[in-house]
Design a protein around this ligand. Structure first.
Ligand code: G3P
Length: 217
């Protein structure tokens, strides 16, 4: 499973990119607002930093303007991935940009039938929002399983990019359910590696090592 970082904060992206574990980045209008940056400038900077796909979202809701905005975003860099909302106009715009050879990410997906349409449009990614479904009392992770089964039934190549991930268990369950990608806020990716028994065990080993009086290099 690939890990994307869900942020437009260049410092955080730089920090995680240095681990060599980052496969891409996702942004959305709320994250651009939080960054306080110009969308095209910040996307260009992120695309230059990261080897993998970087999603930038259109702001229009009608087909013609979405297509224009998508083409403008596509000019930023080779690794840009144009993000459209999963509406009828959005799916149409996705199909147009896919036919023109661009990568696309269909966001705000909350149902298996939305994901099916997105796959038929040939999108590179579909982004089901796990946490926001959980917020309404619906099983967000169940949606990942449904989409996985449907895509496997028909050999769709669209990748499942699990979004709105809030917890470490979300990440584990996405991996078990067969999501291709999880996009994580920096606070969650940090928690993946933490375990109190690792910290305690390491402290014990270091104390014993000190007593040996040895060095390795
Ligand atoms: O990737 C989408 C994500 O940014 C939404 O997360 O926590 O606002 O539902 P959240």
């Amino acid at each position: 499973m690939k890990f994307f970082l869900d942020t437009a904060d260049v410092d955080e992206i730089r920090q995680w990119n240095a681990t060599g574990l980052l496969d891409g980045v996702t942004t959305n209008p709320s994250l651009i607002l939080k960054s306080g940056r110009n969308i095209k400038e910040v996307l260009k900077e992120i695309c230059d930093l990261v080897d993998g796909d970087v999603s930038g979202e259109v702001a229009a809701t009608d087909y013609d303007t979405m297509v224009n905005e998508g083409r403008a975003l596509a000019k930023i860099a080779e690794n840009i991935c144009i993000k459209f909302p999963t509406t009828l106009d959005g799916v149409r715009a996705c199909k147009t940009l896919v036919d023109e050879g661009f990568k696309t990410n269909m966001t705000l997906c909350f149902s298996a039938t939305q994901a099916l349409l997105v796959a038929k449009a040939g999108a590179t990614y579909v982004s089901p929002f796990i946490g926001r479904l959980d917020d309404t009392g619906t099983d967000g992770m169940g949606l990942i399983g449904e989409i996985r089964a449907i895509f496997d039934n028909f050999d769709f190549e669209t990748q499942i990019l699990a979004a709105s991930i809030r917890t470490v268990n979300h990440v584990k369950d996405c991996a078990l359910a067969g999501a291709d990608v999880a996009t994580l806020p920096p606070s969650t990716i940090e928690k993946l590696v933490k375990h109190p028994l690792t910290d305690k065990g390491l402290a014990d080993f270091l104390a014993d090592w000190e007593k040996t009086g040895q060095t390795i290099v």
